[in-house]
Design a protein. Structure first.
Length: 127
């Protein structure tokens, strides 16, 4: 699925009374992505079997970040908020993700993230 680029780490959080909290920009991003994921899933004819599969085993998440420039953003700065938003939209706990792949690209005219979530075989070494 293709989703918007997350806000920079500097815009994801705010400090309020000495506590780090998700900012209004961060909350808006998570809500937007959660809705998009939910709509995509609702429109899919495979939704019931997909939901069952993602809840029954470990998952791998792959995100390709397409930034407008290569110099302004760190690759990992958008991981946590994107992962949280995607998993909330799918109604899945993000602790199911045991493997993550991140890629950084530049697309000046169409910044975005391209996300893939895969079911992994259950390993005797992972619980």
């Amino acid at each position: 699925m293709t989703l918007p680029v997350p806000p920079s780490i500097n815009h994801q959080y705010a400090t309020v009374n000495g506590r780090r909290l998700l900012s209004s920009t961060g909350r808006a991003y998570k809500a937007q992505v959660g809705r998009q994921v939910w709509v995509m899933l609702a429109q899919s004819p495979c939704a019931p079997s997909f939901r069952e599969r993602i809840r029954s085993g470990p998952l791998a998440l792959s995100i390709r970040f397409f930034f407008s420039t290569s110099l302004r953003r760190d690759l990992d700065g958008g991981l946590k908020i994107a992962q949280d938003a995607i998993c909330e939209g799918l109604d899945v706990n993000d602790n199911r993700i045991i493997e993550t792949h991140l890629y950084k690209h530049v697309d000046k005219t169409n910044p975005r993230i391209e996300v893939s979530l895969s079911c992994l075989p259950v390993s005797p070494h992972v619980s």
